[in-house]
Design a protein around this ligand. Structure first.
Ligand SMILES: [Zn+2]
Ligand SMILES: [Zn+2]
Length: 434
């Protein structure tokens, strides 16, 4: 064993899994392009303050899960769960804050009118207890829309999320809520504080500390599970201002027109302070339990709070480790491998030639240029799981031919060396029929 191993909670992505990853990423890019999202790539490191502002000082992410850097020794990775005082840089724990920072910095919203539809795909970092589906380096795909205040755009965004579920044949449940706005949420917060304060003794430590600072988080506490314990918790959906209530109705109406199946769940609050109005989550069965694989919502105040001009915004992110864990195993089939061999030195040049020609076509092929006996070639191909082999022996070279053998059926056939198109057509035909 090597003296070096991957850092705890961070994973290598190896073949054949890496193939599933890259094809999933390709599919996500294509789906995003259909609704005119363009890619944005932001650095892995941002200023710590950006996340403290955007996510809120009281969020779990900022309080417990940030990877922060020493300021002078840029590459000295330090973790200070007890506090981040004195630190100025952080590995990004989520995708939105960096996108917002770039949006403001490059005046994207000023040069052209909205809506600006952006997507990102890449790694995030959180210091969490590693467990199945939860890693310290994890990957997200996200959509962000700037400059459109309408609930119909929220519905389109949720529709995009449901297109992703459909594309990957994932059975997920889409749960939507409105979490109000600065006009109606403060009164609701007070209601929650009033409700939970007499129950403080029955709550977990986190919730007891958060009653006054972030009471909304109490209602989705995984430890206390208040929705199962009490049936008289004040619900945000009963405390929306007229504007939020009418926007929520418009959202539900548009979702119905998009044919997106959804349920209203007033217990969805999202962990982050910057959401207003629309909030949603997608849960799926990730091996016995329902887990959130995606979430998002409207964050109309984040751009202004981050120092930009007031810009309505909405977005969502999907965890790629979790998505991949619910994509059916056979969703991406691996193309069967074809291999080329020479049986003697005089066959190598023709073998090189075949490699060159097949390299122009979408077939999975590789050659071995060290000559070997026919039996050895078969053994090697079997070991590598190849289905097709091409052989250059003395007769084939003399006649400008190549011998083909299908290792699955035992069929054998001779092609002229110039019949590349016929060879490719045969390989692709077998690919489809399996
Ligand atoms: Zn409101
Ligand atoms: Zn709790």
């Amino acid at each position: 064993m090597s003296r070096y191993t991957a850092v705890k909670g961070m994973n290598d992505i190896l073949p054949p899994d890496s193939l599933r990853w890259s094809r999933m990423e390709e599919d996500l890019r294509l789906l995003a392009a259909r609704l005119n999202y363009q890619e944005i790539r932001t650095p892995v490191v941002e200023s710590l303050e950006l996340f403290q502002r955007g996510l809120g000082e009281t969020s779990d992410v900022v309080q417990k899960e940030m990877y922060v850097f020493e300021d002078k020794n840029g590459n000295k990775l330090a973790l200070k769960p007890e506090g981040t005082a004195g630190f100025k840089l952080a590995l990004k724990p989520e995708g939105t804050a960096g996108v917002v920072r770039a949006f403001i910095e490059h005046s994207v919203g000023i040069e052209k009118p909205g809506p600006h539809k952006l997507f990102y795909i890449g790694p995030n970092f959180r210091y969490e207890r590693p467990q199945k589906g939860r890693y310290r380096q994890f990957h997200q795909f996200g959509l962000e829309i700037f400059g459109d205040p309408t609930p119909e755009m929220d519905a389109e965004l949720i529709y995009a999320a449901s297109m992703i579920l459909d594309h990957f044949k994932v059975k997920g449940e889409i749960r939507v809520n409105s979490i109000g706005c600065p006009a109606c949420r403060p009164a609701y917060r007070e209601k929650l504080i009033e409700y939970f304060r007499p129950k403080a003794e029955e709550l977990c430590g986190d919730c007891r500390r958060r009653i006054d600072s972030n009471p909304l988080r109490l209602i989705d506490c995984k430890v206390d599970a208040p929705r199962d314990r009490w049936n008289d918790i004040p619900l945000i959906t009963d405390h929306l201002c007229p504007q939020c209530a009418s926007d929520f109705e418009r959202l539900k109406k548009a979702l119905a027109i998009f044919h997106v199946p959804f349920v209203v769940d007033p217990f969805i609050v999202r962990g982050l302070d910057y959401y207003v109005k629309t909030a949603f989550e997608i849960t799926a069965d990730t091996g016995g339990t329902q887990n959130a694989i995606a979430g998002g919502g409207r964050y109309d105040n984040l751009v202004a709070e981050t120092g930009g001009a007031a810009t309505p915004a909405t977005g969502f992110a999907i965890g790629l480790e979790r998505l991949l864990s619910v994509v059916p195993e056979d969703f991406y089939g691996m193309q069967p491998l074809a291999m080329g061999f020479a049986l003697f030195d005089g066959g190598v040049a023709d073998l090189v030639h075949l490699t060159k020609h097949l390299s122009h076509h979408p077939v999975r092929y590789m050659a071995e240029y060290t000559p070997r006996k026919f039996k050895n070639a078969l053994q090697k191909a079997n070991k590598l799981g190849a289905r097709h082999i091409f052989i250059f022996g003395e007769d084939e070279v003399k006649n400008q031919q190549v011998l083909y053998k299908d290792l699955a059926t035992g069929d054998q056939k001779t092609f002229g060396q110039h019949e590349v198109m016929a060879i490719v057509a045969m390989l692709m035909d077998k690919e489809i029929r399996k």
